[in-house]
Design a protein around this ligand. Structure first.
Ligand SMILES: [Zn+2]
Length: 200
């Protein structure tokens, strides 16, 4: 076992969380294509000229969330600062078929079922409460920035609802989870004598 000043296991965990998250997004995208009726396969990309602005908004809000966590923990929270905006932007990987010219459902991974699955899988495979909260923060942060329709129960139901009424709640949840992730890191640091995480 090695004690390190920098929590390099934090970076490793962040990489694992990212892979898990992206694979799950692609899985939900595939499930949408397989199981949705053709009447629900109406997902498209936003107008091209608005994409850079939207990506910037997602990255900016994700960064803000990550930095919110780091304000509590300090520099050792860097994996969290990087991972949060990457996951926040990454959720839009579920538009991939539409970009490639295929029909698909609207935002198949922008779903509460996806959210629950991501949290459960992160808990089982990563076993780090701070990373769990980063996943929650990034997902809700993305939903807070998006506008338009989403299918909250995709891939079980493809009934679409407007995001508008829920955006503020998502923003609040995202902020709370980001701060919670920072707080957990701080507690872990204190419990291990402030020397960062252990590796073994
Ligand atoms: Zn989106």
């Amino acid at each position: 076992m090695k004690l390190t000043g920098t929590p390099s296991s934090g970076w490793r965990q962040a990489a694992k969380v990212l892979v898990l998250y992206l694979v799950l997004i692609l899985l939900f995208t595939g499930l949408g294509i397989l199981f949705a009726p053709s009447s629900a396969q109406v997902g498209s990309t936003r107008p091209e000229d608005t994409i850079p602005e939207h990506l910037l908004a997602l990255t900016g809000f994700g960064l803000l969330l990550g930095i919110g966590g780091m304000l509590i923990y300090g520099r050792k929270g860097l994996p969290l600062v990087v991972l949060t905006p990457v996951l926040t932007v990454g959720l839009d990987l579920d538009h991939l078929p539409a970009y490639l010219g295929y029909s698909q459902t609207i935002r198949p991974a922008h779903s509460l079922v996806f959210f629950a699955a991501a949290l459960v899988l992160t808990a089982i495979m990563i076993k780090a409460p701070d990373m769990e909260l980063v996943v929650a923060s990034a997902f809700m942060g993305h939903m807070a920035v998006d506008t338009g329709l989403f299918a909250p129960f995709s891939p079980i139901s493809f009934q679409y609802f407007p995001l508008g009424p829920y955006r503020l709640a998502f923003a609040g949840g995202a902020l709370l989870c980001a701060l919670g992730a920072g707080a957990i890191l701080r507690l872990e640091g204190r419990n291990s004598g402030g020397r960062g995480r252990t590796e073994g």
